[in-house]
Design a protein around this ligand. Structure first.
Ligand SMILES: [Zn+2]
Ligand SMILES: [Zn+2]
Length: 231
C-alpha cells in the first residue's frame, strides 16, 4: 500500500498558535518540512485510481480508455491532511508544497502544456475565499516553466452542492458536471493536464476527460493529489 504518513488527527491549540508548523511532524517553520516531503516522495508509488492496480508508468494496462494517470497517495494520508487544511482552513501556505510534490511525481513533458483545473463549486470558492485546485495549478505552472500555462477550459454546468446528497446522486451529477468554456481555444498539439485534488468515484474526472476529448484535445494526462481509497 502507498500509505505514507498516516493521517494524524492532532489538530490542537498547537496548530492555532503555530500555523506554520509542519502538518506531518509538527516541527515549526514550514507547512511541510523537508523531511516529511522527502518521506512522501520516497514512499510514493503510482496507483491507478480507477482499478487500484499498481501503475508505475502512469498508463494503466487495464483502464485503456483513460490516459496516463498520476496520483500522489490515498486521502487517508498526509497528502489528504494537507488538502483538507488548504481547502477548509484556507491555509494558502500549502499551495506551494502541494505543487512541488506534483512537480516531482509528474513526467517531463515537452512542448506546450496546458493545465486544466477541475472547477470548484463557485459557492465553495466564495465561502472559502480561495479555489485550491486553481491555486495549485498556477503554482505548478510557475514551477515547471514557460511552456506551461493554466487555462480554465472547463466550467461547471450547475453549481450543485454535493455535500449531503446520496452517493448515487453525486455520481449522476458528477458524470455530466462540466462543459467547455465558450472562450476556450483548443490547441491540438498541446498536452493537457487535467488536475484535481481528490478522486472519489472518478465520475467528475471522466466527465472532464470526455469534454476535453470532444473539444479536440489529443494529448491528455490526469494528475490527482489523492485517491479516496486504494482498497
Ligand atoms: Zn515534518
Ligand atoms: Zn486502472
Amino acid at each position: 500500500m502507498p500509505n505514507i504518513v498516516k493521517k494524524t488527527t492532532i489538530v490542537s491549540l498547537f496548530d492555532l498558535l503555530a500555523p506554520h508548523s509542519c502538518r506531518g511532524c509538527g516541527r515549526t517553520g514550514n507547512p511541510l518540512c523537508g523531511r516529511c516531503k522527502k518521506y512522501i516522495l520516497k514512499n510514493h508509488q503510482n496507483y491507478c485510481p480507477n482499478c487500484k492496480a499498481k501503475n508505475p508508468t502512469g498508463n494503466c494496462k487495464t483502464c485503456r480508455d483513460l490516459p496516463a494517470i498520476f496520483v500522489v497517495d490515498e486521502r487517508n494520508s498526509l497528502i489528504g491532511e494537507l488538502i483538507y487544511d488548504l481547502k477548509f482552513n484556507s491555509n494558502r501556505s500549502l499551495v506551494y508544497p502541494l505543487a512541488e510534490i506534483l512537480d516531482s511525481i509528474l513526467p517531463t513533458i515537452n512542448g506546450r502544456v496546458i493545465i486544466v483545473p477541475l472547477p470548484t463549486n463557485t459557492k465553495h470558492v466564495r465561502a472559502r475565499g480561495l479555489d485550491h485546485t486553481l491555486l495549485i495549478a498556477k503554482k505548478l505552472a510557475r514551477i515547471r516553466g514557460k511552456n506551461y500555462q493554466v487555462e480554465k477550459i472547463l466550467v461547471r454546468k450547475i453549481n450543485t452542492v454535493q455535500v449531503g446528497s446520496s452517493a448515487k446522486e453525486r455520481e449522476r451529477q458528477a458524470s455530466s458536471a462540466y462543459k467547455i468554456n465558450k472562450k476556450a481555444k483548443m490547441n491540438k498539439d498541446a498536452t493537457y493536464i487535467l488536475l484535481d485534488d481528490i478522486w472519489t468515484t472518478g465520475a467528475s474526472m471522466k466527465s472532464a476527460l470526455k469534454k476535453l476529448r470532444q473539444a479536440g484535445a489529443k494529448k491528455l494526462i490526469i494528475a490527482v493529489l489523492a485517491v479516496n481509497s486504494l482498497n
